[in-house]
Design a protein around this ligand. Structure first.
Ligand SMILES: Cc1cc2nc3c(=O)[nH]c(=O)nc-3n(C[C@H](O)[C@H](O)[C@H](O)COP(=O)(O)O)c2cc1C
Length: 345
């Protein structure tokens, strides 16, 4: 079954939800162009979520996707936090930041019953999850009002688990993908597989539609994924320069520069591995640090350094999420990009 048959869109192009880099504007543009637009909710409060969903409902009758993280809430560990702050202390000194003044920064919220209450008012065609699935009764609520459930798998074992737990489609998130790895079975990054290798193995292992994500950046890449058995594609990085995205100035500059060709998985910005463009802090501390507190707690201590650097026009301390193929990033309207991506189908 294709994504078109599953959710009633015209094109098998899913605009990847990208928390922190987009809101309803991008989702609307893609859904109205015949793809599946996505609203990421990991960094939205409940009121903001309701407002964004109302905006989408008011401006389209097309299907759209609403996306949530579903990580277990970490237990704060004072000792680990102290080690993390000590690791960052040279930067606090460089930017004149008083460690005691660091307020709790914007974290990432997991899907909750309160979020489900808001969602129930809108009943989107698709609800997608990253980092596994929410608790059984929460998932049952979402399914009961008819939303189709998508979730990311980064290994064959995760795909089998998602199939056994009632999802309607599996997003095969290859190692090339920008942003957080959806990995939820282990923390072992050696288990992670490239998009086309993962896609073929998951297609053979499950009966569900499989959506390919990671490093797909143009019409030929889309056609190749479909030829390999994908029911659709989920594309993030290529949309980051569209005028409807809210990608920050430092992030846009990095995506347009040659440095976009060098990405790595890093846990420095949130505590969980995510792919971003190599920048100063990733080079100096190494992209993966055992000092970083559990997701999303690492965010707080690094936030003031990031803010100071960004205020000076520098992305040296920012999460510059980007996949391994930024060649499809174009400063063109998202509707046009969506049509271009579908041009060889
Ligand atoms: C800037 C950015 C933010 C992302 N945020 C999310 C998110 O909030 N939720 C999610 O499920 N995936 C998120 N992802 C991952 C995407 O769903 C998808 O796996 C990825 O974009 C596909 O690879 P590509 O970037 O090479 O197209 C993000 C990716 C990027 C680039």
């Amino acid at each position: 079954m294709t994504v078109q048959q599953l959710v009633g869109v015209d094109l098998p192009i899913i605009q990847a939800p990208m928390a922190g880099s987009q809101s309803s504007a991008l989702a609307l543009a893609v859904s109205n162009a015949g793809g599946l637009g996505s609203l990421p909710c990991a960094m939205l409060g409940l009121d903001a979520m309701r407002k964004e969903l109302a905006t989408i409902k008011a401006q389209t009758e097309k299907p759209f996707n609403v996306n949530f993280f579903c990580h277990a809430s970490p237990i704060p560990d004072a000792e680990r936090e102290a080690v993390w702050r000590a690791t960052l202390s040279p930067y606090y000194k460089e930017f004149g930041i008083d460690v005691d003044s660091i307020a709790v920064g914007p974290g990432r919220a997991a899907f909750s019953s309160e979020a489900a209450d808001v969602l129930a008012e809108f009943k989107p065609a698709v609800v997608s999850f990253h980092f596994g699935l929410p608790a059984t009764e929460l998932l049952a609520r979402v399914k009961a009002w008819g939303s189709k459930i998508f979730s990311s798998a980064t290994t064959v074992a995760e795909a089998r688990w998602l199939e056994a737990h009632g999802v309607d489609a599996i997003i095969a998130q290859g190692l090339e993908a920008g942003g957080h790895r959806g990995i939820f079975f282990s923390e072992d990054l050696t288990t992670q597989v490239g998009t086309f290798a993962l896609l073929r193995q998951i297609v053979q292992a499950v009966k569900l539609p499989v959506i390919a994500a990671g490093g797909i950046a143009d019409a030929k890449g889309v056609a190749a994924a479909m030829a390999l058995g994908a029911a659709g594609v989920q594309i993030g990085t290529a949309y980051l320069l569209c005028p409807e995205a809210s990608t920050s100035a430092v992030h846009r500059a990095a995506l347009k520069s040659e440095t976009a060709g060098h990405t790595a998985l890093t846990n420095l910005f949130t505590g969980r591995p995510a792919r971003g463009i190599m920048n100063r802090i990733m080079k100096e501390l190494g992209p993966i640090s055992i000092a970083a507190p559990a997701f999303p707690l690492a965010t707080t201590a690094i936030a003031p350094v990031r803010a100071k650097a960004e205020s000076q026009g520098s992305g040296d301390f920012s999460p510059l999420w980007c996949g391994q193929n930024a060649s499809g990033c174009k400063e063109i309207p998202a509707a046009q990009l969506t049509r271009e991506l579908a041009a060889e189908l």
